[in-house]
Design a protein around this ligand. Sequence first.
Ligand code: DGL
Length: 271
Amino acid sequence: MRIGIFDSGIGGLSVLHQALRRIPEAEFIYYADEEHVPYGEKKEKQIKGYIDEIIKFMLKKQVDAIVIACNTATSVATKEYRSRFPVPIIGMEPAVKQAVELYGHLPGRILVAATPVTIAGDKLHHLLEKVDREDKVDLAALPGLVRFAEKGDFDSEEIMEYLTEELKAYPLHQYKAFVLGCTHFNYFMAYYKRIFPETVKFVDGNAGTIRQLLRKLGDAGGSPDSGVSEAVLYSGSARRVTYYFSGRLITAGERERINAYMEQLDRLDSI
Ligand code: DGL
């Protein structure tokens, strides 16, 4: 089974990182649109053009399913648009519904952070109309985090300064949950832990996306989620992934860069 995963850049590696463990029998194609990142500050029409190109690329590579590991791209690529293609396409949206279902009963507010396109998009606002009836959810656009992530900067005082500045108008002590609504945001967990109260719960859409992928593959007669455990080791996973940057194979230097991101994701597993 071959699965295509794409993002505007290296954010979607956080989805790939989990997919490698959860679906040990699959082969992956990871596509980072490094020529066009960030999507989160571009026009909807432009982003749709990039997505079209990437999906065509993935179909030529004969993938069995495509994961849009990017909340921003999913926000502009509606369901109807996605159903135009012959293989299942699984999108991602900020996991607000999950946060409300899990923590809605607790006192406090929920903060959802994402890119400016996702925050301004109709898709998120329609979702909030459905799940945030009590008006307990706040939104924050944090495009600077995409830039830090793309630079491979996971550890600098500038990150803390940026977050402190961007979030200074928010009632940080009131949050019970923080939703990471952009796959590039996963790299900075250590900073969120410094900023929010100790009791805050972190919610991202990665595990839900992989569950949805497994469901779709099951529906399509592929491999259902049969006994694949979180604990499956993924040694040798490097050989199971072919990486592309905007349609070309990555260089050895870029491969080093990817390794640094995967190592950061490994480290985050233990914090
Ligand atoms: N990683 C993408 C997301 O999940 C967006 C980053 C960008 O602005 O390109 O929304």
